[in-house]
Design a protein around this ligand. Structure first.
Ligand SMILES: Nc1ncnc2c1ncn2[C@@H]1O[C@H](COP(=O)(O)OP(=O)(O)OP(=O)(O)O)[C@@H](O)[C@H]1O
Ligand SMILES: [Mg+2]
Length: 494
């Protein structure tokens, strides 16, 4: 709540006259925490909303309207903090409300991806956690305050720096209660209460009560220095971003809108319709979903992310910053193989990924499904290039088998030429038969050729030939074939 007494109005006036560029932020807690690196940290933040927005849009596809809000609120949070740190503590606004954010969107649409890019770009300490980790707090598992301590760890022990970090909590919908007053619900509501304290302002002890080692260390330090050092982290400037899929939220909104009977089934299934419904979200829907009103009250900014359609998924694949294609290329590059894709192949993969209904995560699984056998087999060959086109997509096994055949034959040919000075080739029938035999016996083409034709050089030499084409019959029964071939041709030769 903003206190607008005349005193405050004067202060507001002064603040508003300040030029942000001239403000040199200094951490207000300097000196409060002996033994920590408070003096080193200053907020070195001068990004503008449009700059952050432009940066994020380079990496994240089809989330322009969400990015607009997120980039603006993140920048305002840090730029405001920079100004506020310059104001004496006793003159600051009391009960300031931060721009903590709630991101709502199905799996794999970029929630975590956006936040990771923000943390990277603005260089503040960043901690990511799953709300489910805290579902049994107080009994087993972690304590929400651990997140704040982790920020100090991320800030290399610099408490002041940690005090303006970002805490990102995923799967927040899992700590909504279903309305029961016992069992896990009690604990979920408990987690919400603990979190909301942090989300506003509280002081967290750096030493955990359950961490015996740090307690002993503190006691020893107190003995040595004669002082009990107070190491606390204030959370008032820490930005909290929470996210979740909230899958049955559209049902709740529909119910409020009294829409359940009108085309409800259609609304349930159509992604676009669902998205339309979610856009009408009100705080009361989140309370109905199972959140305490106080908890939702600490999340003034809510952002609804888009589902990704086929076109969006294709754009992700075509994006030069995309980690999906790049990651897969790196997997192959690890074996010296250059991987490339045709555009229509990428479109087909986007279509297949869309059917998985897991957003961009579906892309990863279709890539794996398609390429895993190539990733296993090609490293043992001399193949240094793989081009994924529609032919490969429609016939992956056949394509792989043909590649392995050509590679194995070339290897055997080369070895045979070097060893015996004879150039071997294979007709189409022998190739088909070798391929079949290799697949059935699970033997590599080169090994199979070695087994079948390694003694052929005696016969071929006898005939004084420098080149020889292996026919299909030679694959079926190499010894018999060679014997009869020699018998027939030796006679005619003599
Ligand atoms: N909109 C997008 N643009 C570009 N890449 C994306 C997008 N959404 C997701 N991705 C890719 O998919 C991966 C997974 O996305 P992310 O981790 O952000 O999912 P999420 O929305 O947090 O889902 P979940 O609810 O399952 O945690 C990212 O690492 C990124 O490579
Ligand atoms: Mg995520």
């Amino acid at each position: 709540m903003i206190n607008s007494s005349p005193d405050h109005e004067k202060i507001f006036d002064e603040i508003l006259k300040m030029n942000p560029d001239e403000v040199q932020a200094k951490p207000d807690s300097a000196g409060d925490h002996p033994g920590t690196k408070v003096h080193e940290s200053e907020i070195n933040f001068n990004l503008l909303p449009e700059e952050l927005e432009e940066f994020l849009n380079r990496y994240i596809i089809n989330q322009e309207s969400s990015i607009e809000i997120i980039a603006t609120k993140v920048c305002t949070h840090f730029n405001r903090m920079k100004i506020e740190m310059n104001i004496p503590e006793d003159q600051r606004i009391v009960g300031n409300i931060k721009s903590n954010m709630l991101l709502i969107g199905p799996t794999g649409v970029g929630k975590t991806y956006i936040i990771k890019h923000i943390a990277k770009k603005i260089g503040v300490p960043f901690v990511k956690a799953d709300a489910t980790k805290f579902s049994e707090t107080g009994y087993v598992g972690g304590d929400v305050e651990d997140l704040v301590r982790e920020l100090v760890y991320e800030a290399d022990g610099d408490i002041a720096k940690a005090e303006y970090g970002i805490i990102y909590i995923d799967e927040i919908d899992k700590i909504a209660s279903s309305g029961n007053t016992s069992g896990p619900d009690v604990s979920r509501t408990g987690v919400q209460r603990n979190l909301l304290k942090l989300m506003e302002e509280s002081e967290v002890d750096l030493k955990t009560p359950h961490d015996l080692a740090s307690q002993v260390e503190a006691a020893m330090e107190a003995q040595r220095t004669g002082k009990v050092t107070r190491k606390k982290i204030n959370t008032k400037n820490i930005l909290f971003i929470v996210s979740g899929a909230f899958s049955n939220l559209p049902d709740i909104i529909n119910k409020r809108l009294n829409r359940q009977s009108i085309g409800f089934d259609k609304l349930r299934t159509s992604a676009a319709a669902k998205q339309e419904v979610i856009k009408q979200l009100k705080t009361e829907d989140l309370i109905e979903f199972g959140f305490e009103s106080e908890f939702i009250g600490r999340l003034p900014v809510s952002v609804i992310l888009n589902e990704l359609d086929v076109d969006g998924l294709y754009k992700i694949l075509k994006n030069s910053h995309s980690t999906v294609v790049f990651g897969k290329k790196m997997d192959f590059k690890a074996y010296g193989i250059d991987l490339d894709f045709s555009d229509d192949a990428l479109m087909e993969l986007a279509k297949r990924a869309h059917l998985e209904k897991t957003g961009a995560r579906g892309l990863l699984s279709v890539f794996e499904k398609l390429l895993i056998k190539f990733e296993k087999k090609l490293p043992s060959t001399d193949i240094k290039k793989l081009y994924v086109d529609m032919n490969l997509i429609n016939n992956p096994d056949k394509t792989l088998s043909a590649l392995l055949l050509e590679d194995g034959l070339t290897k055997f040919q080369k070895e045979f030429l070097i060893e015996h000075g004879i150039y071997l080739s294979f007709d189409d029938e022998s190739k088909t038969k070798l391929e079949k035999k290799s697949n059935e016996s699970n033997k590599k083409i080169r090994d199979l050729c070695d087994e079948l034709f390694k003694d052929f050089f005696h016969g071929i030499r006898l005939m004084k030939l420098e080149a020889f084409t292996i026919p299909g019959a030679a694959v079926d029964n190499p010894k018999e074939f060679l014997d009869s071939y020699i018998k027939q041709n030796y006679k005619t030769q003599v």
